[in-house]
Ligand binder design. Structure first.
Ligand code: FE2
Length: 367
């Protein structure tokens, strides 16, 4: 009887957890980009950077977007000389600092410049709330640019430097987006390893998570090192939505955010980036959402929201197809065990985009 009672009590808990396996990750997203110590606090707009360190006189961030806006609040006890370290940022980004009264505060680059990382020294004049923005000068220009897509590195991390070198040889690639599966087991050590490898890449790498990131690590590891699982950014008028589908579905909290993002997009091109395809066009590995009903729900929303391009990973090959009338590309060529007999192997995509629309998708073979 007691056992039956326990099952009755546990039943609803299990049902909630099983029905919304990504809810915890969606909730943790909200906390990304905020930190507080006794003398200072920081808040990054839309959580678009992970706060890697906040200590008196030093703030370290890992960026998740080409342009970052943040607020720093300095208390009366805070030091006034600060070092801002930003990893995974756009080469040539400029930092603008405005004081509580809107007057500019001088900031200068510190140390040896690195392509996708910058250190800045800021001498704040007094305690107060400061607005910082870090972006390349052309962030809001409408002209065409190119970005790359690379996913499913997993066991290929030992050779991923070769892919980064190929990307570095193309000066037109402004940044890389990824659907995830960067790690094989999802441990914190693996995530730290891929971030060390990313230091070789001369442009930033913006990624959501794949199912392999959910393996042996803690959900908070990704948040601490990379930032949000689901986020959006804009570059040259093009909207990018990186969405966590790592549990073969999307949490309701993220559906709600996605609806708001699409509603704000107007006529701007919209690119949806997510790990698991809602529908597997080939079916050999059944690499799709756990529910066809949910797949239909997502695709109908993307279509109604005017999304122009969907990019997926998870399947270790390359497929171009159409879902709900939206062009779709599956690219899982980052080095994970490849599909057999498809003749694809390691590869990445390069896509041209502009405020006026999206261009051709080029498949770049690495091997
Ligand atoms: Fe995957």
């Amino acid at each position: 009887m007691r056992r039956h009672l326990a099952l009755l009590l546990l039943g609803p808990l299990c049902t909630t957890a099983c029905m919304r396996p990504a809810e915890q990750r969606a909730q943790l997203d909200i906390e990304v980009g905020r930190a507080q110590i006794a003398c200072a606090g920081v808040e990054v707009a839309e959580g678009l950077a992970a706060v890697r360190a906040l200590e008196p006189g030093r703030l370290a961030l890992w960026g998740q977007a080409p342009a970052l806006d943040l607020q720093i609040e300095l208390g009366q006890d805070a030091p006034l000389d600060w070092r801002l370290e930003v990893a995974n940022c756009m080469p040539g980004a400029l930092l603008r600092v405005l004081g509580p009264d809107g007057s500019p505060v001088e900031a200068r680059l510190a140390g040896r410049p690195r392509a996708a990382a910058q250190d800045w020294e800021i001498a704040f004049p007094a305690a107060g709330r400061y607005a910082l923005s870090l972006a390349p000068p052309d962030a809001d220009e409408p002209e065409a640019f190119r970005f790359a897509v690379l996913s499913d590195i997993q066991r290929g991390v030992d050779r991923v430097a070769e892919i980064f070198e190929r990307m570095n040889a193309d000066p037109e690639i402004r940044f890389v987006v990824s659907t995830g599966d960067l790690a094989n087991f999802g441990t914190r050590g693996e995530l730290e390893r891929i971030q060390r490898e990313l230091e070789r890449l001369e442009v930033p790498f913006f990624s959501t998570v794949g199912n392999h990131e959910l393996g042996e690590g803690e959900p908070a590891d990704w948040h601490a090192l990379f930032g949000r699982h689901s986020f959006r950014f804009r570059f040259h008028g093009v909207r990018f939505y990186l969405v966590d589908s790592a549990s073969a579905g999307i949490d309701q909290l993220v559906y709600d955010r996605l609806a708001g993002w699409m509603a704000e997009a107007g006529t701007a091109p919209q690119v949806f980036v997510s790990h698991i395809p809602p529908l597997d066009p080939i079916g050999v590995r059944n690499g799709s959402f756990r529910s066809r009903k949910e797949a239909a729900k997502l695709l109908s929303r993307l279509s109604a929201g005017g999304v122009d391009l969907t990019l997926y990973g998870h399947i270790h090959s390359y497929y171009a197809f159409s879902n709900a009338g939206i062009p779709a590309h599956i690219s899982g060529g980052g080095g994970a065990i490849p599909e057999r007999f498809d003749g694809i192997g390691r590869h990445y995509l390069v896509i041209e985009a502009a405020e006026s629309g999206l261009g051709a998708v080029e498949v770049v073979r690495v091997d």
